[in-house]
Design a protein around this ligand. Structure first.
Ligand SMILES: [Zn+2]
Length: 224
C-alpha cells in the first residue's frame, strides 16, 4: 500500500506546483529544471583542473577519477551544490548521483566521504551519502557507510592553504578490515585540492582496498 504522504503528493503538487530551485520554473519531476541542469559546465579529463587533481591523488593511492561538472566561483552549479550542502535539499544529491552513476563501471561498494559524527548530527545528513544513493540507484552498486569513518573532527578546510589542509587531514579517516580486497568507489560532493580524497584513499588502501576510484559531482577550479 502506498503511504499516505505519497497519496497526498498529487494534491499538494496541484495546490503548490513544485518549482525549480534555481530559476523558479514549474516542474513535474526533479527539483532542478532541464534548462538549469543543462547550463552546468561539464567536466573534462583534458581540463587543467582535472589533470592537476589526477596527478595529485594518484600519488596517494587513488586509481581513477571521475567528476560530472566543473565548479566555478559563480553560477547555478555553485547554487545547486550549496543548496545540497547547506539547505537540506537532499534530492539534489540524488540528481547528481544519477548523473555520475550513468558514467561509471561496477564496483563492490560505494563509500561516501564521511562527516564526523558531530557535524553529521548538526547538519542532519551527509550530502555525499545522498549523491551515493543516486549512484546506487543507477549503477546498482551497494552503498556502504561503515567502511570508512571520520575520527578527527577537523576544522573547516575552506580558509586553509593547501599544505595546512593536508596536515589537517592526516589520520582523520579510519577504514575497517571489511575493505580488504574490495574495489571501492569513493564519493565526494566537490573535489578541490584533493586532500580529503587522498586522506580517505590512504585509509582504505592501508587496510587492503584493491582499488579506489574517486567520483564527485564537480571538480573545483577555485575555492568553494
Ligand atoms: Zn531552472
Amino acid at each position: 500500500m502506498k503511504n499516505p504522504i505519497s497519496l497526498l503528493k498529487p494534491v499538494r503538487d496541484f495546490i503548490f506546483p513544485p518549482l525549480c530551485l534555481l530559476c523558479n520554473e514549474s516542474l513535474t519531476e526533479e527539483r532542478i529544471c532541464r534548462s538549469c541542469w543543462g547550463s552546468f559546465p561539464p567536466a573534462d579529463p583534458s581540463h587543467a583542473a582535472w589533470k592537476n587533481l589526477q596527478r595529485i591523488v594518484t600519488r596517494e593511492g587513488v586509481d581513477d577519477l571521475f567528476a560530472s561538472f566543473l565548479f566555478e566561483k559563480e553560477g547555478k552549479l555553485k547554487d545547486a551544490l550549496h543548496l545540497l550542502k547547506y539547505s537540506e535539499k537532499r534530492s539534489i544529491g540524488l540528481m547528481f548521483g544519477r548523473e555520475i552513476g550513468a558514467h561509471i563501471a561496477f564496483a563492490d561498494a560505494l563509500v561516501p566521504v564521511p562527516l564526523h559524527r558531530r557535524k553529521q548530527r548538526e547538519r542532519g545528513y551527509n550530502q555525499s551519502e545522498w549523491i551515493s544513493l543516486g549512484i546506487a540507484e543507477t549503477a546498482k552498486i551497494p552503498l556502504n557507510t561503515s567502511m570508512l569513518v571520520r575520527r578527527k573532527d577537523t576544522p573547516t578546510q575552506t580558509h586553509l592553504d593547501s599544505e595546512s589542509r593536508w596536515e589537517n587531514l592526516r589520520d582523520a579517516f579510519e577504514s575497517c578490515p571489511a575493505v580488504n580486497g574490495k574495489n571501492v568507489i569513493l564519493v565526494d560532493d566537490v573535489m578541490t585540492t584533493g586532500s580529503t580524497i587522498a586522506a580517505c584513499a590512504r585509509a582504505l588502501k592501508s587496510l587492503g582496498a584493491a582499488r579506489v576510484c574517486a567520483v564527485a559531482a564537480a571538480i573545483a577550479t577555485c575555492d568553494l
